[in-house]
Design a protein around this ligand. Structure first.
Ligand SMILES: [Zn+2]
Length: 345
């Protein structure tokens, strides 16, 4: 850097000397003095050469400078010093401008690099505290519906319109399954080929999972647990069948799931025995229906909810086992926002 500045300074001195004709900082008299001084210097060199040549020949004393020549030389020396000073100042100025431009460029490069990094949002959510339901919509922009949606689930089912609702048709069979504790619930993935038909639309069972206590309420009343059976149609629309659980006799499908719980969270157990989802259905098939959302982030709406009126029974031991894993994994009820709730007569 130092050698570069020296080089710049040298160049400026040269250009300053060369640019004397155009330099607005020099007065006309100074210019003529510079030109004059150059002339004097040249004539002096010539004179000195001539005198040394003549002194070698005749040893004649050197010619004394006239007063005018002395004045011209002094003026030329002063001008040269001014030029030198100006050149240093210009070099310093140029170096400062270059340094500022370089710093600005570096800052712009750094800023662009920061802007190019994709923003990473948290995917961590829970049922309590900072990452709890009240904040889901703020944790990740993709989850905004959790905070701003107006068709959110669960809701308190009340003031339903009692109508002759069509029967839900179930086409369930013994199926392969696997069990995962996914950190939010125990989830059972079910093999293909299990269907539910309602409203001329057929949805395939994908998985079912558990919440404690029940997320749904009926006329303000909650239940000890609920099973959510997630179905999807070929266009990706979701139909969610909710089976409320109350204390009673042991439930065989739930027992099969508990028997096959993996030992570690996020591990999946894939038993060889089948599971028949048909055995989860209540005897009576009356239900409530309304449009809502998934009850976990990202809280997507457009979900057709089907809540069976008759609760299932599970034993206190079966309930207690789940509560050891998940004592609370239910989203609080959301505003119904004037939604139509229909229920079987
Ligand atoms: Zn659920």
């Amino acid at each position: 850097m130092r050698s570069l500045l020296t080089l710049i300074a040298c160049c400026c001195v040269v250009s300053a000397a060369a640019g004397t004709e155009k330099d607005p900082l020099l007065s006309p008299s100074t210019k003529s003095a510079v030109v004059g001084a150059a002339g004097v210097t040249a004539s002096m060199a010539a004179a000195s050469g001539a005198s040394s040549a003549s002194s070698a020949a005749s040893s004649a004393p050197p010619r004394k400078l006239t007063e005018r020549e002395k004045e011209a030389q002094a003026e030329a020396d002063l001008t040269a010093r001014i030029q030198e000073r100006l050149a240093i100042m210009r070099a310093n100025q140029a170096a400062r401008v270059a340094a500022a431009a370089k710093a600005k460029k570096q800052a712009a490069v750094k800023e662009a690099a920061v802007a190019a990094i994709p923003k990473v949002y948290s995917n961590v959510w829970s049922y309590e505290g900072e990452t709890g339901p009240a904040n889901w919509g703020k944790i990740n922009p993709a989850w905004a519906k959790c905070g701003s949606g107006n068709r959110q689930s669960p809701i308190d089912l009340r003031d339903g319109m009692k109508v002759d609702l069509e029967q839900i048709t179930f086409d369930y069979h013994p199926s392969s399954f696997n069990v995962t504790d996914n950190g939010h619930t125990v989830q059972v993935m079910v093999g293909s080929g299990n269907f539910l038909t309602v409203g001329n639309r057929t949805y395939e069972l994908i998985q079912f999972h558990f919440h404690r206590p029940s997320e749904e309420r009926i006329n303000g009343k909650g239940f000890e647990m609920v099973v959510h059976m997630v179905h999807k149609d070929p266009e990706g629309r979701i139909a969610m069948l909710a089976l409320l659980l109350e204390r009673g006799k042991p439930q065989p499908v739930i027992q099969t799931v508990w028997n096959n719980l993996p030992l570690e969270k996020f591990d999946t157990a894939a038993p060889s025995e089948p599971l028949d989802p048909q055995d989860l259905l209540p005897a009576k098939r009356e239900y409530y229906t309304f449009m809502g959302s998934m009850t976990t982030p990202p809280c997507n709406e457009g979900v057709l909810w089907l809540v069976m009126k008759e609760p299932l029974q599970a034993s206190p031991q079966q309930m207690a086992l789940f509560s050891r894993l998940y004592p609370l994994n239910a989203r609080p009820v959301q505003p119904s926002g004037g939604r139509i709730i229909k229920e079987s007569n």
